[in-house]
Ligand binder design. Structure first.
Ligand SMILES: *Cc1c(COP(=O)(O)O)cnc(C)c1O
Length: 403
Protein backbone atom coordinates (compact mmCIF):
# COMPACT_ATOMS: atom_id res chain seq x y z
CA UNK A 1 0.00 0.00 0.00
CA UNK A 2 1.32 3.44 -0.81
CA UNK A 3 1.77 5.69 2.22
CA UNK A 4 0.01 8.70 0.71
CA UNK A 5 -2.78 7.40 -1.48
CA UNK A 6 -3.53 9.59 -4.44
CA UNK A 7 -7.23 10.19 -4.90
CA UNK A 8 -7.23 12.50 -7.89
CA UNK A 9 -6.31 11.42 -11.39
CA UNK A 10 -3.50 13.22 -13.21
CA UNK A 11 -4.11 15.89 -15.84
CA UNK A 12 -4.82 13.23 -18.46
CA UNK A 13 -7.40 11.60 -16.21
CA UNK A 14 -5.25 8.64 -15.21
CA UNK A 15 -5.52 6.71 -11.96
CA UNK A 16 -2.06 5.14 -12.03
CA UNK A 17 -1.94 3.37 -15.39
CA UNK A 18 -5.74 3.25 -15.76
CA UNK A 19 -8.38 5.65 -17.02
CA UNK A 20 -7.51 8.31 -19.56
CA UNK A 21 -9.43 9.29 -22.65
CA UNK A 22 -9.56 6.90 -25.59
CA UNK A 23 -12.10 8.43 -27.94
CA UNK A 24 -12.38 9.21 -31.63
CA UNK A 25 -11.44 12.73 -32.73
CA UNK A 26 -15.12 13.69 -33.10
CA UNK A 27 -15.68 13.19 -29.36
CA UNK A 28 -12.72 15.26 -28.19
CA UNK A 29 -14.47 18.64 -28.49
CA UNK A 30 -17.58 17.64 -26.49
CA UNK A 31 -15.46 15.97 -23.81
CA UNK A 32 -13.16 18.95 -23.43
CA UNK A 33 -16.19 21.21 -23.19
CA UNK A 34 -17.60 18.94 -20.49
CA UNK A 35 -14.30 18.99 -18.59
CA UNK A 36 -14.32 22.80 -18.56
CA UNK A 37 -18.00 22.95 -17.61
CA UNK A 38 -17.46 20.52 -14.76
CA UNK A 39 -14.39 22.37 -13.45
CA UNK A 40 -16.36 25.64 -13.39
CA UNK A 41 -19.36 24.05 -11.67
CA UNK A 42 -17.12 22.41 -9.02
CA UNK A 43 -15.77 25.83 -8.07
CA UNK A 44 -19.22 27.46 -7.88
CA UNK A 45 -20.83 27.55 -4.40
CA UNK A 46 -24.24 28.18 -5.98
CA UNK A 47 -23.97 24.90 -7.90
CA UNK A 48 -23.13 23.06 -4.66
CA UNK A 49 -26.05 24.73 -2.89
CA UNK A 50 -28.57 23.78 -5.58
CA UNK A 51 -27.31 20.20 -5.69
CA UNK A 52 -27.46 19.88 -1.93
CA UNK A 53 -31.02 21.20 -1.93
CA UNK A 54 -32.11 18.64 -4.54
CA UNK A 55 -30.31 15.81 -2.77
CA UNK A 56 -32.13 16.65 0.46
CA UNK A 57 -35.57 17.66 -0.65
CA UNK A 58 -36.03 15.67 -3.85
CA UNK A 59 -33.86 12.57 -3.40
CA UNK A 60 -34.13 12.12 0.37
CA UNK A 61 -30.58 12.62 1.68
CA UNK A 62 -29.04 12.08 4.12
CA UNK A 63 -29.80 8.36 4.11
CA UNK A 64 -29.69 6.57 7.45
CA UNK A 65 -26.79 4.45 8.69
CA UNK A 66 -28.72 1.72 10.42
CA UNK A 67 -27.28 -0.71 12.95
CA UNK A 68 -28.35 -4.16 11.70
CA UNK A 69 -29.09 -5.64 15.10
CA UNK A 70 -30.71 -8.90 14.07
CA UNK A 71 -28.35 -9.54 11.16
CA UNK A 72 -25.37 -8.96 13.47
CA UNK A 73 -26.79 -11.41 16.03
CA UNK A 74 -27.62 -13.92 13.30
CA UNK A 75 -24.09 -13.93 11.88
CA UNK A 76 -22.37 -13.77 15.28
CA UNK A 77 -19.47 -11.73 13.90
CA UNK A 78 -18.73 -8.01 13.59
CA UNK A 79 -21.18 -5.20 14.28
CA UNK A 80 -22.85 -4.49 10.93
CA UNK A 81 -24.18 -1.11 9.84
CA UNK A 82 -26.24 -0.65 6.68
CA UNK A 83 -25.92 2.51 4.59
CA UNK A 84 -29.48 2.83 3.31
CA UNK A 85 -29.13 4.10 -0.27
CA UNK A 86 -32.17 1.92 -1.04
CA UNK A 87 -34.31 4.58 0.63
CA UNK A 88 -33.50 7.22 -1.97
CA UNK A 89 -36.02 8.41 -4.58
CA UNK A 90 -36.15 5.85 -7.46
CA UNK A 91 -34.77 3.22 -5.08
CA UNK A 92 -31.02 3.34 -5.50
CA UNK A 93 -27.86 5.45 -5.29
CA UNK A 94 -28.04 6.27 -9.02
CA UNK A 95 -30.07 9.44 -8.40
CA UNK A 96 -27.01 11.13 -6.73
CA UNK A 97 -25.09 11.13 -9.99
CA UNK A 98 -28.11 11.87 -12.20
CA UNK A 99 -28.93 14.99 -10.17
CA UNK A 100 -25.32 16.17 -10.32
CA UNK A 101 -25.01 15.73 -14.07
CA UNK A 102 -28.52 17.05 -14.72
CA UNK A 103 -27.71 20.29 -12.91
CA UNK A 104 -24.38 20.46 -14.70
CA UNK A 105 -26.11 20.09 -18.08
CA UNK A 106 -28.45 22.91 -17.15
CA UNK A 107 -25.56 25.10 -16.02
CA UNK A 108 -23.82 24.46 -19.34
CA UNK A 109 -26.91 25.65 -21.19
CA UNK A 110 -27.91 22.23 -22.55
CA UNK A 111 -31.61 21.60 -22.98
CA UNK A 112 -31.40 17.90 -23.77
CA UNK A 113 -30.08 14.85 -21.94
CA UNK A 114 -29.29 11.49 -23.45
CA UNK A 115 -28.44 8.27 -21.66
CA UNK A 116 -28.16 4.59 -22.31
CA UNK A 117 -29.55 1.91 -20.08
CA UNK A 118 -29.36 -1.87 -19.79
CA UNK A 119 -31.94 -3.01 -17.27
CA UNK A 120 -33.51 0.42 -17.22
CA UNK A 121 -32.54 1.56 -13.71
CA UNK A 122 -30.19 4.29 -14.91
CA UNK A 123 -32.71 5.28 -17.59
CA UNK A 124 -35.44 5.71 -14.99
CA UNK A 125 -33.20 7.80 -12.71
CA UNK A 126 -32.17 9.96 -15.69
CA UNK A 127 -35.75 10.43 -16.88
CA UNK A 128 -36.77 11.35 -13.33
CA UNK A 129 -34.12 14.06 -13.08
CA UNK A 130 -34.87 15.36 -16.58
CA UNK A 131 -38.52 15.77 -15.62
CA UNK A 132 -37.64 17.54 -12.38
CA UNK A 133 -35.29 19.96 -14.16
CA UNK A 134 -37.42 20.45 -17.28
CA UNK A 135 -34.93 18.95 -19.73
CA UNK A 136 -35.72 16.85 -22.81
CA UNK A 137 -34.63 13.26 -22.35
CA UNK A 138 -33.81 10.46 -24.79
CA UNK A 139 -32.82 7.06 -23.49
CA UNK A 140 -31.20 4.45 -25.76
CA UNK A 141 -31.92 0.87 -24.92
CA UNK A 142 -31.22 -2.40 -26.75
CA UNK A 143 -34.47 -3.75 -28.15
CA UNK A 144 -33.76 -7.08 -26.45
CA UNK A 145 -33.47 -5.26 -23.11
CA UNK A 146 -36.66 -3.28 -23.81
CA UNK A 147 -38.53 -6.54 -24.20
CA UNK A 148 -37.13 -7.86 -20.90
CA UNK A 149 -37.70 -4.64 -18.94
CA UNK A 150 -41.09 -3.46 -20.12
CA UNK A 151 -42.07 -1.93 -16.80
CA UNK A 152 -39.02 0.36 -16.77
CA UNK A 153 -39.68 1.38 -20.39
CA UNK A 154 -43.17 2.37 -19.29
CA UNK A 155 -41.81 4.31 -16.29
CA UNK A 156 -39.44 6.30 -18.48
CA UNK A 157 -42.21 7.14 -20.94
CA UNK A 158 -44.55 8.16 -18.13
CA UNK A 159 -41.80 10.52 -16.93
CA UNK A 160 -41.77 12.11 -20.37
CA UNK A 161 -38.63 10.53 -21.81
CA UNK A 162 -38.35 9.16 -25.33
CA UNK A 163 -37.06 5.58 -25.27
CA UNK A 164 -35.28 4.61 -28.47
CA UNK A 165 -34.82 0.90 -29.19
CA UNK A 166 -31.48 -0.14 -30.66
CA UNK A 167 -31.66 -3.06 -33.08
CA UNK A 168 -28.01 -3.43 -34.01
CA UNK A 169 -25.52 -6.00 -32.72
CA UNK A 170 -26.63 -8.00 -29.69
CA UNK A 171 -29.45 -5.47 -29.12
CA UNK A 172 -28.27 -4.87 -25.52
CA UNK A 173 -26.34 -2.33 -23.46
CA UNK A 174 -23.15 -2.04 -25.49
CA UNK A 175 -25.11 -1.35 -28.69
CA UNK A 176 -27.14 1.28 -26.85
CA UNK A 177 -23.87 2.93 -25.70
CA UNK A 178 -22.64 3.16 -29.32
CA UNK A 179 -25.93 4.76 -30.36
CA UNK A 180 -25.81 7.29 -27.51
CA UNK A 181 -22.24 8.28 -28.48
CA UNK A 182 -23.38 8.82 -32.07
CA UNK A 183 -26.22 11.05 -30.90
CA UNK A 184 -23.86 13.07 -28.69
CA UNK A 185 -21.43 13.79 -31.51
CA UNK A 186 -24.28 14.95 -33.75
CA UNK A 187 -26.13 17.09 -31.18
CA UNK A 188 -23.40 18.26 -28.82
CA UNK A 189 -24.47 21.90 -28.91
CA UNK A 190 -27.78 21.14 -27.15
CA UNK A 191 -27.05 17.81 -25.54
CA UNK A 192 -25.37 16.34 -22.45
CA UNK A 193 -24.54 12.63 -22.32
CA UNK A 194 -25.43 11.48 -18.81
CA UNK A 195 -23.19 8.48 -18.11
CA UNK A 196 -24.35 6.16 -15.36
CA UNK A 197 -21.24 4.88 -13.58
CA UNK A 198 -17.55 5.60 -12.95
CA UNK A 199 -16.72 4.54 -16.50
CA UNK A 200 -16.01 6.16 -19.85
CA UNK A 201 -13.40 8.76 -20.80
CA UNK A 202 -12.05 11.38 -18.37
CA UNK A 203 -13.66 13.38 -16.72
CA UNK A 204 -16.56 10.93 -16.24
CA UNK A 205 -14.93 8.52 -13.73
CA UNK A 206 -13.81 11.47 -11.58
CA UNK A 207 -17.04 13.45 -11.93
CA UNK A 208 -19.37 10.52 -11.21
CA UNK A 209 -17.29 9.62 -8.14
CA UNK A 210 -17.49 13.18 -6.87
CA UNK A 211 -21.30 13.11 -7.18
CA UNK A 212 -21.46 9.87 -5.17
CA UNK A 213 -18.86 10.61 -2.49
CA UNK A 214 -21.65 12.04 -0.34
CA UNK A 215 -22.38 8.39 0.59
CA UNK A 216 -19.04 8.03 2.38
CA UNK A 217 -19.04 11.55 3.80
CA UNK A 218 -22.36 10.88 5.52
CA UNK A 219 -21.37 7.37 6.60
CA UNK A 220 -18.16 8.61 8.20
CA UNK A 221 -19.97 11.20 10.28
CA UNK A 222 -22.73 8.73 11.18
CA UNK A 223 -20.41 5.92 12.33
CA UNK A 224 -18.32 8.34 14.39
CA UNK A 225 -21.48 9.56 16.08
CA UNK A 226 -22.75 6.02 16.71
CA UNK A 227 -19.53 4.26 17.71
CA UNK A 228 -16.92 6.95 18.24
CA UNK A 229 -14.46 5.26 15.87
CA UNK A 230 -13.91 4.47 12.20
CA UNK A 231 -15.13 1.19 10.70
CA UNK A 232 -12.78 -1.75 10.16
CA UNK A 233 -14.30 -2.70 6.81
CA UNK A 234 -16.44 -1.20 4.05
CA UNK A 235 -18.28 -3.59 1.75
CA UNK A 236 -20.04 -2.72 -1.52
CA UNK A 237 -20.96 -4.39 -4.80
CA UNK A 238 -19.10 -3.38 -7.96
CA UNK A 239 -20.76 -3.13 -11.35
CA UNK A 240 -19.12 -0.11 -12.94
CA UNK A 241 -18.18 0.76 -9.38
CA UNK A 242 -20.02 3.99 -8.58
CA UNK A 243 -21.77 3.04 -5.32
CA UNK A 244 -18.58 1.38 -4.07
CA UNK A 245 -16.28 4.32 -4.82
CA UNK A 246 -18.93 6.67 -3.41
CA UNK A 247 -18.63 4.87 -0.07
CA UNK A 248 -14.85 4.23 -0.23
CA UNK A 249 -13.54 7.59 -1.37
CA UNK A 250 -13.60 9.47 1.93
CA UNK A 251 -11.81 6.61 3.71
CA UNK A 252 -8.99 6.00 1.23
CA UNK A 253 -6.49 7.89 3.39
CA UNK A 254 -7.45 5.92 6.54
CA UNK A 255 -5.12 2.93 6.41
CA UNK A 256 -7.03 1.12 9.17
CA UNK A 257 -10.23 1.00 7.10
CA UNK A 258 -10.40 -2.06 4.84
CA UNK A 259 -12.32 -1.90 1.57
CA UNK A 260 -13.95 -4.82 -0.14
CA UNK A 261 -15.58 -4.70 -3.56
CA UNK A 262 -17.81 -7.58 -4.61
CA UNK A 263 -18.35 -8.41 -8.27
CA UNK A 264 -20.76 -10.78 -9.99
CA UNK A 265 -19.53 -14.37 -9.90
CA UNK A 266 -22.51 -15.42 -12.02
CA UNK A 267 -22.92 -19.14 -12.63
CA UNK A 268 -19.28 -20.24 -12.89
CA UNK A 269 -15.61 -19.36 -13.27
CA UNK A 270 -15.37 -19.68 -17.06
CA UNK A 271 -15.33 -16.70 -19.38
CA UNK A 272 -18.93 -15.91 -20.31
CA UNK A 273 -20.35 -17.22 -17.03
CA UNK A 274 -19.56 -14.24 -14.81
CA UNK A 275 -18.78 -10.51 -14.71
CA UNK A 276 -15.78 -10.58 -12.33
CA UNK A 277 -13.02 -8.34 -13.63
CA UNK A 278 -10.81 -7.77 -10.60
CA UNK A 279 -11.54 -10.90 -8.56
CA UNK A 280 -8.59 -12.79 -9.99
CA UNK A 281 -7.54 -14.01 -6.53
CA UNK A 282 -10.91 -15.76 -6.29
CA UNK A 283 -10.11 -17.69 -9.47
CA UNK A 284 -12.09 -15.72 -12.02
CA UNK A 285 -10.16 -15.46 -15.25
CA UNK A 286 -10.53 -13.67 -18.53
CA UNK A 287 -10.04 -10.04 -17.57
CA UNK A 288 -6.96 -8.07 -18.50
CA UNK A 289 -6.22 -4.41 -19.20
CA UNK A 290 -7.75 -3.02 -22.35
CA UNK A 291 -9.86 -0.16 -23.67
CA UNK A 292 -13.65 -0.21 -23.58
CA UNK A 293 -15.94 2.78 -24.08
CA UNK A 294 -13.18 5.35 -23.82
CA UNK A 295 -11.24 4.19 -20.77
CA UNK A 296 -8.26 1.89 -20.12
CA UNK A 297 -9.14 -0.59 -17.42
CA UNK A 298 -9.70 -4.28 -16.67
CA UNK A 299 -11.94 -5.74 -19.37
CA UNK A 300 -13.29 -9.26 -19.78
CA UNK A 301 -12.08 -10.41 -23.18
CA UNK A 302 -11.25 -13.47 -25.21
CA UNK A 303 -7.61 -14.40 -25.88
CA UNK A 304 -8.06 -12.65 -29.27
CA UNK A 305 -9.17 -9.42 -27.58
CA UNK A 306 -12.90 -9.64 -28.38
CA UNK A 307 -15.11 -8.25 -25.60
CA UNK A 308 -16.47 -11.27 -23.77
CA UNK A 309 -20.10 -11.94 -23.02
CA UNK A 310 -20.93 -11.75 -19.33
CA UNK A 311 -23.55 -13.22 -17.05
CA UNK A 312 -25.08 -12.23 -13.75
CA UNK A 313 -28.46 -12.69 -12.14
CA UNK A 314 -28.12 -9.00 -11.36
CA UNK A 315 -28.31 -6.67 -14.36
CA UNK A 316 -26.52 -3.80 -12.60
CA UNK A 317 -23.36 -5.88 -12.20
CA UNK A 318 -23.41 -7.38 -15.68
CA UNK A 319 -20.82 -5.36 -17.63
CA UNK A 320 -17.45 -6.45 -19.08
CA UNK A 321 -15.37 -3.49 -17.78
CA UNK A 322 -14.85 -1.93 -14.35
CA UNK A 323 -14.22 1.69 -13.34
CA UNK A 324 -10.52 2.58 -13.79
CA UNK A 325 -10.11 3.88 -10.23
CA UNK A 326 -11.06 0.43 -8.93
CA UNK A 327 -8.46 -1.18 -11.22
CA UNK A 328 -5.95 1.19 -9.65
CA UNK A 329 -7.06 0.56 -6.04
CA UNK A 330 -6.69 -3.17 -6.77
CA UNK A 331 -3.22 -2.69 -8.24
CA UNK A 332 -2.16 -0.63 -5.20
CA UNK A 333 -3.60 -3.23 -2.84
CA UNK A 334 -5.67 -0.50 -1.19
CA UNK A 335 -8.96 -2.29 -1.85
CA UNK A 336 -9.69 -5.98 -2.19
CA UNK A 337 -12.01 -7.43 -4.83
CA UNK A 338 -13.81 -10.72 -4.86
CA UNK A 339 -16.90 -12.20 -6.48
CA UNK A 340 -20.04 -13.95 -5.35
CA UNK A 341 -22.09 -16.37 -7.44
CA UNK A 342 -25.78 -15.90 -8.31
CA UNK A 343 -27.07 -18.47 -5.83
CA UNK A 344 -25.24 -16.93 -2.86
CA UNK A 345 -26.61 -13.48 -3.72
CA UNK A 346 -30.16 -14.84 -3.84
CA UNK A 347 -29.67 -16.49 -0.43
CA UNK A 348 -28.28 -13.26 0.99
CA UNK A 349 -31.30 -11.32 -0.28
CA UNK A 350 -33.52 -13.70 1.66
CA UNK A 351 -31.36 -13.39 4.79
CA UNK A 352 -31.55 -9.58 4.83
CA UNK A 353 -35.28 -9.66 4.12
CA UNK A 354 -35.93 -11.97 7.06
CA UNK A 355 -33.51 -10.55 9.61
CA UNK A 356 -33.92 -6.82 8.98
CA UNK A 357 -37.13 -6.42 6.98
CA UNK A 358 -35.20 -4.98 4.04
CA UNK A 359 -35.49 -6.56 0.59
CA UNK A 360 -32.24 -5.50 -1.09
CA UNK A 361 -31.48 -5.15 -4.79
CA UNK A 362 -29.72 -8.28 -6.04
CA UNK A 363 -26.67 -6.10 -6.71
CA UNK A 364 -26.45 -5.13 -3.03
CA UNK A 365 -27.13 -8.75 -2.03
CA UNK A 366 -23.79 -9.70 -3.61
CA UNK A 367 -21.99 -7.49 -1.10
CA UNK A 368 -23.95 -9.01 1.77
CA UNK A 369 -23.25 -12.56 0.57
CA UNK A 370 -19.51 -11.95 0.86
CA UNK A 371 -19.95 -10.42 4.30
CA UNK A 372 -21.95 -13.48 5.40
CA UNK A 373 -18.99 -15.61 4.31
CA UNK A 374 -16.46 -13.51 6.19
CA UNK A 375 -18.36 -12.68 9.36
CA UNK A 376 -17.26 -15.85 11.21
CA UNK A 377 -13.58 -14.90 10.71
CA UNK A 378 -14.06 -11.40 12.15
CA UNK A 379 -14.09 -10.21 15.76
CA UNK A 380 -17.26 -9.14 17.52
CA UNK A 381 -15.98 -5.68 18.31
CA UNK A 382 -15.12 -4.94 14.66
CA UNK A 383 -17.31 -2.55 12.70
CA UNK A 384 -18.52 -3.09 9.15
CA UNK A 385 -20.43 -0.72 6.88
CA UNK A 386 -22.35 -2.47 4.11
CA UNK A 387 -23.67 -0.31 1.31
CA UNK A 388 -27.27 -1.24 0.49
CA UNK A 389 -27.08 0.35 -2.96
CA UNK A 390 -30.72 -0.22 -3.85
CA UNK A 391 -34.01 -1.87 -3.00
CA UNK A 392 -35.19 -5.17 -4.39
CA UNK A 393 -38.63 -4.36 -5.79
CA UNK A 394 -37.25 -4.48 -9.33
CA UNK A 395 -35.98 -8.03 -8.75
CA UNK A 396 -39.18 -9.68 -7.54
CA UNK A 397 -39.72 -11.76 -10.69
CA UNK A 398 -36.18 -13.12 -10.57
CA UNK A 399 -36.39 -13.84 -6.84
CA UNK A 400 -39.76 -15.54 -7.29
CA UNK A 401 -38.29 -17.77 -10.00
CA UNK A 402 -35.35 -18.86 -7.78
CA UNK A 403 -37.15 -19.23 -4.48
C1 LIG B 1 -26.75 0.14 -11.13
C2 LIG B 1 -26.69 -0.47 -9.78
C3 LIG B 1 -25.49 -1.00 -9.26
C4 LIG B 1 -24.22 -1.10 -10.05
O1 LIG B 1 -23.65 0.10 -10.40
P1 LIG B 1 -22.34 0.68 -9.71
O2 LIG B 1 -21.91 1.76 -10.62
O3 LIG B 1 -21.33 -0.42 -9.60
O4 LIG B 1 -22.74 1.17 -8.37
C5 LIG B 1 -25.50 -1.49 -7.96
N1 LIG B 1 -26.62 -1.49 -7.22
C6 LIG B 1 -27.78 -1.02 -7.68
C7 LIG B 1 -28.98 -1.06 -6.82
C8 LIG B 1 -27.86 -0.50 -8.98
O5 LIG B 1 -29.03 -0.03 -9.44
Amino acid sequence: MSSAPKTFPDARGRFGPYGGRYVPETLMAPIEQLERGYAEASADPEFARRLDDLLRNFAGRPTPLQFAERLTAHLGGPRIYLKREDLLHTGAHKINNCLGQGLLAQRMGKSRIIAETGAGQHGVATATVAARLGLDCVVYMGSEDMERQRLNVFRMRLLGARVVGVDSGSRTLKDAINEAMRDWVTNVRTTHYLLGSVLGPHPYPLMVREFHKVIGLEAREQILRAEGRLPNLLVACVGGGSNAIGLFHTFIGDASVGMLGVEAGGSGHHLGEHAARLATAAGYGGARPGVLHGTYTYVLQTPEGQIATTHSVSAGLDYPAVGPEHAWLALEGRAEYTAVEDAAAIDAARTLSQTEGIIPALESAHALAELIRRAPTMKRNQLVILNVSGRGDKDMEILARYL
